[in-house]
Design a protein around this ligand. Structure first.
Ligand code: NAP
Length: 281
């Protein structure tokens, strides 16, 4: 039987449709949810991501502020910008575009974002609070993965989820979120031995590796669910779609899977941040 195609564009549209009413309500009270994005340097891909985020904000009648800083910006200068945005009552969410130039202390910069404006879930405090289910905004790609799971009513409790990747913005937080949903979680990384055999035990595979077509269909147990967070040049995922399609019971395509949901989660978090900061629920 063909697998269920998990259509991220449909999931994203549903999230955005729900947001419209909430944004209208905020605007009726004179509040426009605003996302500030900070980009350091001239990385073309990062510029495109920042532009996409601003465009999506505008489509939903949200406000956005883009702060472009030169490549030679110091950590201290970046911290000053973040502090200004933390103190600006019109800014409800802050996103520091990753990666920043290597001379900048990225962790210090992320952790300077105040928790109530950390709509991208990048602070250490936010990660801890997400892990302990204390109401912080989770990172957007992990949140998107969970949103797809919920939209399609996929069973997580008691299932074995194998997450390939342990980055602070993706592999680690999605592992904690799946654990909080009572999955049995195995986290794999570049030092994992016998990866195909580990993946073979999975009911759910999350591919978050950053290597095109890395996860092969013959690694999968028959009927596994494949959630591919990967996005490599040429619109190629971290799972080898054709061979995984043949073995899985449900699969996210690339493009059109987790990616579009990620931006909608960023906007969802920003609207929630505006509601909380302005005490409108
Ligand atoms: P990352 O920071 O480079 O992390 C990659 C992870 O994969 C690391 O934990 C690494 O292990 C692991 N890994 C690398 N080679 C491996 C191997 N041969 N076997 C097993 N594990 C291996 O990447 P990321 O930022 O998490 O991104 C992962 C993917 O998601 C990329 O394709 C990226 O483009 C995509 N992404 C998509 C979105 C979206 O909106 N859809 C957002 C963010 C990222 P070590 O820890 O041992 O090095």
């Amino acid at each position: 039987m063909n697998p269920l195609i998990l259509d991220g564009r449909k999931v994203a549209q549903t999230v955005k449709d729900e947001l419209k009413g909430q944004i209208d309500e905020l605007q009726s009270k004179g509040i426009t949810p605003k996302l500030a994005t900070v980009l350091v340097g001239d990385d073309e891909a990062s510029k495109t991501y920042v532009q996409m985020k601003a465009n999506t904000c505008h489509k939903l009648c949200m406000a956005s502020e883009r702060v472009f800083l030169p490549e030679e910006t110091t950590t201290e200068e970046l911290l000053d910008v973040i502090q200004r945005l933390n103190e600006d009552p019109e800014v409800h969410g802050i996103l520091l575009q990753h990666p920043v130039p290597s001379h900048i202390d990225e962790r210090q910069a992320f952790d300077a974002i105040s928790l109530d404006k950390d709509v991208d879930g990048v602070t250490s405090h936010g990660f801890g609070a997400t892990t302990f289910q204390l109401g912080a905004y989770p990172c957007c790609t992990p949140a998107a993965i969970l949103q797809v799971i919920d939209y399609y009513g996929l069973d997580v409790e008691g299932k074995h989820a194998v997450v390939i990747g342990r980055s602070p913005i993706l592999g680690k937080p999605v592992s904690m979120m799946l654990l909080n949903r009572n999955a049995t979680v195995t986290i794999c990384h570049s030092k994992t031995e016998n990866l195909p055999e580990v993946v073979k035990q999975a009911d759910i595979v999350v591919a978050a590796v950053g290597r095109p077509k890395f996860v092969k269909g013959d690694w999968l147990k028959e009927g596994a669910i494949v959630l591919d967070a990967g996005y490599n040049p040429g619109n190629i995922g971290d799972a080898d779609y054709d061979t995984c399609y043949a073995k899985s019971s449900a699969i996210t395509p690339v493009p059109g899977g987790i990616g579009p949901v990620t931006i909608s989660m960023l906007l969802k978090h920003t609207v929630e941040a505006a509601q909380k900061q302005c005490k409108v629920s």
